[in-house]
Design a protein around this ligand. Sequence first.
Ligand SMILES: Nc1nc2c(c(=O)[nH]1)N[C@H]1C(S)=C(S)[C@@H](COP(=O)(O)OP(=O)(O)OC[C@H]3O[C@@H](n4cnc5c(N)ncnc54)[C@H](O)[C@@H]3O)O[C@H]1N2
Ligand code: MOO
Ligand SMILES: [Mg+2]
Length: 396
Amino acid sequence: MLSVADAFVITQQHLLTLPAESIPVTEATGRVLREAIRADRDFPPFDRIAMDGIGISFSAYASGQRTFSIIGRQFAGQPQQTLTDPTACLEVMTGAMLPLGVDTVIRYEDVTIADGQATITINDIEQGQHIHRCATDRQAGDELVREGMLLGPSAVAVATSVGQAMLSVTALPRVALISTGDELVDVDETPLPYQIRRSNTYMLRAALLSLGITATLHHIIDDEEVLADNLAKLMAENDLLILSGGVSAGKADFVPAVLAQLGVQKQFHQIAQRPGKPLWFGTTSQKTVFALPGNPVSTVLCAYRYVMPYLRASLGLAIAAPQYAQLAKPITFRPEITYFLPVRLTSEPDGRTLAHPLPGSGSADFANLLDADAFMELPADRSEFGAGEAFPLWGK
Ligand SMILES: Nc1nc2c(c(=O)[nH]1)N[C@H]1C(S)=C(S)[C@@H](COP(=O)(O)OP(=O)(O)OC[C@H]3O[C@@H](n4cnc5c(N)ncnc54)[C@H](O)[C@@H]3O)O[C@H]1N2
Ligand code: MOO
Ligand SMILES: [Mg+2]
């Protein structure tokens, strides 16, 4: 059976091709940048006063002068002024242009001012102090934000500072989330004794929202023809279909056969893992289908181990290396498949992250996941996992 690593590689070899689109910077948070943001001018664009105080010519200070006549004020937002008398001073404000003739700034805290005279009260003045020199942070043309970056508040600030009201970002895919199963009723319905409320597609919708993707919700009954008709329609209208349920060995598990009938090329079905063994993945030239096992814990695991990394990579984000933690106590798992163990994480005073196992009662026990912070990936090639051993984490 296919290994977790191989299944992951196959999904990443069939990424969605998503175009770039131009959107207002006010709507860009959480989107992926498609064109680097460059400095339109130097950062800062002029020699900038960095502290409120007085501006002097250092030569006067060096010759022993400590008291200076105040002959004007240089405010932020004013054109550059000139210190016409090198033995006098100007009051200068943070963010203002450095006046001509001024090369040193002394903070208000370090002078006393009386009768139009400023007297320096400290001894260690350095030439050039409290001046943020032109182009010391970045130069015009420098790359400020690289392509493929997830846009957060700092990137938005940088973009607006260089005049980019519109940004080129990866367009979001159209995603349909489809639950299947005659036993399922919707959130606002009261289940009969043999029914349950469906939750998997709601879980997936919440997860996709974290990438800015608003997916549509659908439900299809266990009937081959109805399934084929509805899936054909949803395939035409979407880039990605994510199904839940109907992929295992039951007599109403029609999903793989119907997808094949619709011309979706199966890339794999079943992975040597628990939970989520019956995961099905297929593609057409333009579209992708993930058919997730119906058990809720399987859905969550498959979403975090395969679907979310697939979407991140399709959007143009680099694949992040997983975080690791150390098992807090030993675990035995005999089947020769990868075991994704739900764990609660604690951060220890010595800097370690410990993973406390929460095995729960199996892949239908999704209430257990509320106490878990992640799944720990325990490799297939062994059955004993010792306390203190480190393994990768996935989700939530
Ligand atoms: N003979 C075998 N039986 C099963 C196998 C197997 O290998 N051989 N695999 C088991 C594993 S592992 C899983 S996981 C499940 C996968 O089942 P399906 O993908 O076919 O899903 P369903 O049969 O439709 O439902 C399974 C279970 O999940 C509940 N479910 C389904 N959809 C939702 C939803 N949207 N929200 C909440 N719960 C949902 C459903 O009611 C069932 O209880 O198969 C095992 N069987
Ligand atoms: O994949 Mo199933 O989730 O092992 O129950
Ligand atoms: Mg089934």
